[in-house]
Design a protein around this ligand. Structure first.
Ligand code: DX5
Ligand code: ZN
Length: 234
């Protein structure tokens, strides 16, 4: 069984936005590896959230990478704004860009790591001819737009298929592309998801709505790590 360098990326979509600075500090103190930042435009997805201004506001409070998940259309114009606001990783949905290769190049030119996001029904073929421009592949295990939805089990097959592609690419180039999953990740399914081949786990409601957390996320983060460790020997 492979042991990966697992990363946990709490999604601030489920945080208390009235106390966002304290929330991001608390989740980093509890061991968050990345901060996952969901950008929705009420056009590509039926919800409206946060933009570069909020990214800039939280940047001084956290040293870990900020992972921007763009659920917006069009994509390109806003990329430099996020880079200037301190983003480290920027991913977008291929359906939302008319020129996927160009958008990926723009992310790299702005100094960030870049990647594509695949909705549950979006085929992985979008990654085939842009592998050299991908640092991360984000697989949605819910339909994008809202936190707190149930994990779509078919996503596990997709993780395995994406794993095969990035492993084959690493064998020929030596370069690693991370596989990230987003939606419905809980302490009781993270082990199974890890075994399918994921590197980075986004979790929103499981962390920020954890019962009895009261602003202290060390308990739920420890449980995630323990279940990841157990999955490696299972
Ligand atoms: C949904 C977002 C997710 C969301 C996940 O469109 O991309 O990042 O916050 O929330 P949970 O972990 O509650 O499913
Ligand atoms: Zn997300």
């Amino acid at each position: 069984m492979t042991t990966r360098n697992y990363r946990i990326a709490p999604s601030i979509l489920s945080a208390d936005f009235a106390r966002l600075g304290e929330e991001v500090k608390a989740v980093v103190a509890a061991g968050a590896d990345w901060i996952h930042f969901d950008v929705m435009d009420n056009h590509y997805v039926p919800n409206l959230t946060i933009g570069p201004l909020v990214c800039k506001a939280i940047r001084p409070h956290v040293k870990v990478p900020i992972d921007i998940h763009l659920m917006i259309k069009p994509v390109d114009r806003i990329i430099p704004d996020f880079a200037n606001a301190g983003a480290n990783i920027i991913t977008f949905h291929p359906e939302a860009s008319d020129h996927i290769d160009r958008t990926l190049s723009l992310i790299r030119e702005s100094g960030c790591m870049g990647g594509l996001v695949f909705n549950p029904a979006t085929p992985l073929t979008y990654m085939d001819h842009v592998m050299d421009k991908l640092d991360v592949v984000l697989l949605m295990s819910v339909n994008p737009g809202f936190g707190g939805q149930a994990f779509i089990a078919e996503s596990l097959h997709k993780v395995a298929a994406a794993r095969a592609k990035v492993d084959a690419y690493k064998r020929t180039t030596g370069r690693e592309i991370l596989i990230e999953i987003d939606g419905g990740v809980k302490t009781d399914n993270i082990g199974e998801i890890a075994r399918a081949g994921v590197d980075v786990f986004v979790a929103g409601s499981a962390i920020f709505c954890a019962p009895d957390a009261a602003g202290d996320y060390t308990g739920v983060m420890r449980q995630f790590r323990e279940n990841l460790r157990a999955s490696a020997v299972a």
